[in-house]
Design a protein around this ligand. Sequence first.
Ligand SMILES: *Cc1c(COP(=O)(O)O)cnc(C)c1O
Length: 371
Amino acid sequence: MNCLRRCWAEIDLSAIKYNIEQYRTCLKGGTELLCVVKANCYGHSDKIVVPYLERLGIKWFAVSNLIEAEHLRALGVDGEIIILGYTPEENADDLIRYNIIQACTEYTYAQKLNESASAGRVRLHIAIDTGMTRIGLHGDAKTDADDIQKIMALGNVSVEGMFTHYAVADCADEDSIAYTKAQTEKILAVDEELKGRGVSLKCVHFLNSAGGVYHTNEKSALARLGIILYGLYPDPSNPLPFEPKPVMQLKAVVSQVKYIEAGTDVSYGRTFTADKRIKLATVTAGYADGFPRALSNKGEVIIKGTRCKIVGRICMDQFMCDVSALDDVQAGDVATLFGREITADDIAGLTGTIGYEIVCGIAERVPRICK
Ligand SMILES: *Cc1c(COP(=O)(O)O)cnc(C)c1O
């Protein structure tokens, strides 16, 4: 069987190329692109996306953990790979074996990696916490530089860079803009302090998707491009200088079409009752595919170019929609659950979350198909 025509996600590689080209025009100086491919490329399938990124000439990748990093190596990636999240110290030699750069949160963590490593040096980028309050050194420039020098003195690690992560780079209000500026100044102050001590780190980086657009800065060696790569907005209420093209389209088929009379209840909990005779289609996707149950009686899907309201509760594997406006709908027709006209950001808006969570939440059982 090549692919079950039930519920699938189409991945548009030309949209990735377009998003990268547009995003590059926002960067200044020598800022290089790093593609953030954690969480299976935000649900888009690293097997499909990463080899394509390498063909486009991308040299830097970031993942969340060692399993993802090893997976990229198994796919044949020979570019640089940074683990942005946590790796237990007992895996220090795996980091060395696969030539992975590890984010380092603090001196004591570097010490643990240093003690566990026996196969060479663990490559590190030191995280600097400038305001996200998640990971990293969080002193002033002097104490952070002290810590970095202490880490550099360890024999089994090698400090190649440092980075920070913005908390509100996507927000357009003045307070957020000032906050992001202050975050930038903090990491640059650590860099200045180190330079004053004769230490020059190869790779200092602080831009995420939003940072590269709204706070671009040539002093960042890398822009860590995530959400915009996949064609979604860091914050849909804040316009971008270009319209990113959504890469994923979630589709499913109609399995049955029937008329129901006024007074007929639809789906679990009988939360929808037809107030007139309507034409109803059953669609073969549900919350177990990652299509949010919170869209029950709220969302719409597109069938033959027409928006059709979801009626009743979304079930685990199926849901129903009102197709009264369609003359010639039948079993086997394709429904687009999100993609271009209704985007993952739109779905997120309806369900109280962010587009990131919608695409990351598409289940493993949904085949990803390259289009
Ligand atoms: C996930 C992540 C990114 C990418 O963020 P986007 O908003 O998707 O661009 C960049 N840097 C770090 C440290 C991250 O964890």
